[in-house]
Ligand binder design. Structure first.
Ligand code: SAH
Length: 354
């Protein structure tokens, strides 16, 4: 299978152009077609010589993302896109409308191997990592489809970003690059279930992104019951790494806390969480997520009144707690509802197979 050219950075494009015996300026032209004009085929690159186009076509595909279908929420206009990859796998991305602009949520892996008990993305395990081009391609496909400018990006779709570390870091650099789409790193959130060594590594990458930590519990026992990753890293190890990350980057972290009815949503838990976070941070931000239903799982969201009570309790600890607006739930496009799917036998995606 041919690799996707979107994955190449500018230096790699330059080497390719020189390998093809083309003058240097062709590299900038090619890069612009790919990352500014975002064309989906080499044929559309009208200022490149035919010979170069033919040679590129022989070696690469332009765009690894094919739009299969999309659903739009009747409630809030959220769109969930189903995209086919060159190997026939299917991934999902979500485009949301907020008052401050358009936000896109992308997937970082086909499936996920982290096993969080309330999440649909992990039900069938991990198939593979996405390439840099497949991550860029999700954003570009949505831009092409809507004609909108994307101001915010969240890496909260299928997959664990820190389990695809190199590609995710390259992707962040590329999507924020001024020669490309140029989404400010400050408007990019990477969400992780807490792979401690990777958080340590990320600390030294000098990125301006927001790091979101899926915490979901205030003690190891409860966290282990909800997230298998907690059996490997204790909450203390995780929060120590988070503190080091903060000290190095001075970027506020967000802690995500999914409220599961009867599991982790009592007033006592709120108090425990408040005390825990205050041990490591002076002021911190908690994003409360009433858990979204996943049909294979038997977890329910906390009732609204209890969500507000939990928030109020955290505020007593000087913690800024926000409640995530559950948008896109009617199209299964909300947090934890995205899933891995195959195209085999899926007539919609047959036409996109190369
Ligand atoms: N693997 C990464 C990012 C993907 S999930 C991570 O764990 O952070 C993005 C967020 O959605 C995470 O905080 C995740 O815990 C949360 N989530 C998973 N399943 C959910 C569900 N059913 N309802 C609400 N949030 C969920």
């Amino acid at each position: 299978m041919k690799p996707d050219i979107l994955s190449l950075n500018l230096d790699e494009i330059r080497s390719l152009v020189s390998e093809l015996g083309q003058p240097k300026f062709r590299a900038d032209q090619l890069y612009r077609w790919l990352h500014v004009s975002k064309v989906a085929s080499f044929k559309e690159m009208t200022n490149l010589p035919a010979k170069m186009i033919a040679e590129l076509e022989e070696r690469y595909i332009v765009d690894p993302i094919r739009l299969v279908t999309y659903q739009e929420s009747a409630v809030d206009g959220t769109r969930k896109y189903l995209f086919a990859l060159p190997d026939g796998n299917l991934i999902e991305s979500v485009r949301m409308i907020y008052h401050h602009g358009i936000s896109v949520c992308i997937s970082t892996q086909v499936g996920c191997r982290m096993g969080c008990v309330f999440c649909a993305s992990t039900l069938d395990g991990l198939l593979r990592n996405l390439t840099v081009g497949e991550m860029l391609g999700q954003v570009y496909a949505i831009i092409r489809h809507t004609g909108e400018r994307v101001s915010n990006l969240v890496m909260m779709g299928c997959g664990e970003p820190m389990d695809n570390y190199d590609n995710v870091v390259s992707f962040v650099r590329r999507i924020s690059d001024e020669n490309g789409e140029h989404i400010s790193q400050r408007n990019i959130t990477v969400s992780t279930c807490g792979l401690v060594p990777k958080i340590r590594q990320l600390k030294d990458e000098n990125l301006q992104i927001t790091l979101a930590i899926s915490l979901h519990a205030a003690d190891d026992e409860k966290r282990k019951a909800l997230m298998p990753v907690a059996r490997v890293y204790s909450i203390d190890e995780l929060l120590t790494a988070c503190r080091e990350y903060y000290d190095e980057n001075k970027r506020r972290l967000t802690f995500e806390y999914g409220l599961v009815r009867g599991e982790n949503d009592s007033q006592a838990y709120a108090e425990k969480l408040g005390k825990l976070l205050n041990k490591y941070f002076d002021h911190t931000h908690v994003n409360l997520i009433p858990i979204n239903p996943v049909k294979e799982r038997n977890y329910n969201a906390t009732e609204t009144a209890a969500v507000y009570a939990f928030q109020k309790k955290l505020e007593k600890f000087q913690i800024n707690a926000t409640i995530r607006r559950e948008i896109g739930r009617d199209i299964d496009g909300a947090c934890g509802q995205l899933r891995r799917r195959y195209s085999e036998g899926n007539p919609e995606s047959e036409t996109f197979k190369k």
